[in-house]
Design a protein around this ligand. Structure first.
Ligand SMILES: *C/C=C(C)/C=C/C=C(C)/C=C/C1=C(C)CCCC1(C)C
Length: 244
């Protein structure tokens, strides 16, 4: 059993837990009293994103969800709990974006499928013991899914959003760009961190980097989305149809 990580890791995981918990409470408060069912969807999804991450961070803070993987004779400390979190929270983030854009079910299924494939292959890479080359190969496969996912965000989903009102399209662009920039940092932190075996940054720095990214990509994203009440009104107006 791994012990709770000391130092920077513990601090980063503690801040992550607090930030996600406060984000959850803030989103619940923002959504309280919302009676429009379509708009409630955005609140429910975004509350769960922060809540799942809060639980995941708390588990890692308590020293759970972390294992040692021996690669080429060297022990790597891997937080697998992240992937359990991301497996649910990243599809939910994409669902928020897709609902905003008025995407069809097929587009949503494609995005979620690519995303789940990205997270699972990333997890395989994180746990692979065959050697550094094999881990980096899985990183490459995961990054391949990620690139296709980004393609769908800038093509199909952006086209859907362009058919919405100017305000909705503008909010979509802001959030989409935030996703592109923040999400791109994850594979970079992974490969230069413990998982990539290159060890360019120590585990504490990596944990802090993921914490800042997670807070921005979930709580930051959620605030930008949910504070725009009248834009959500327009996005969920009955006239808004699912585009193909
Ligand atoms: C709230 C959590 C978020 C937004 C997490 C996003 C995670 C990714 C975009 C992860 C991507 C990865 C690759 C593209 C390569 C392999 C390693 C991963 C899983 C870190």
């Amino acid at each position: 059993m791994a012990q709770p990580a000391p130092g920077l890791e513990t601090i980063a995981l503690g801040i992550g837990t607090l930030g996600m918990a406060l984000g959850t409470l803030a989103f619940i408060a923002m959504g309280a009293g919302e009676t429009n069912e379509k708009k409630q969807e955005f609140y429910i999804i975004t509350i769960f994103i922060a809540a799942i991450a809060a639980v995941s961070y708390f588990s890692m803070f308590m020293g759970f969800g972390v294992i040692e993987v021996v690669v080429d004779g060297e022990a790597l400390v891997i937080y697998w709990a992240r992937y359990a979190d991301w497996l649910f929270t990243t599809p939910l983030l994409l669902l928020d974006l897709a609902l905003l854009a008025g995407a069809s079910r097929n587009t949503i299924a494609t995005l979620v499928g690519l995303d789940v494939a990205m997270i699972i292959t990333g997890l395989v890479g994180a746990l692979a013991t065959e050697g550094a080359a094999m881990r980096i190969a899985w990183w490459g496969i995961s990054t391949g899914f990620f690139v296709v996912l980004l393609y769908f965000l800038v093509s199909t989903l952006s086209k859907n959003a362009a058919q919405k009102s100017g305000d909705v399209a503008a909010l979509f662009s802001t959030l989409r760009n935030l996703v592109i920039v923040l999400w791109t940092a994850y594979p970079i932190v992974w490969i230069i961190g413990t998982e990539g075996t290159l060890g360019l940054i120590p585990l504490g720095v990596e944990t802090a980097a993921f914490m800042v990214l997670d807070l921005a990509a979930k709580v930051g994203f959620g605030f930008i989305l949910l504070r725009s009440r009248d834009v959500l009104d327009q996005a969920s107006a009955p006239s808004a149809q699912a585009a193909d």
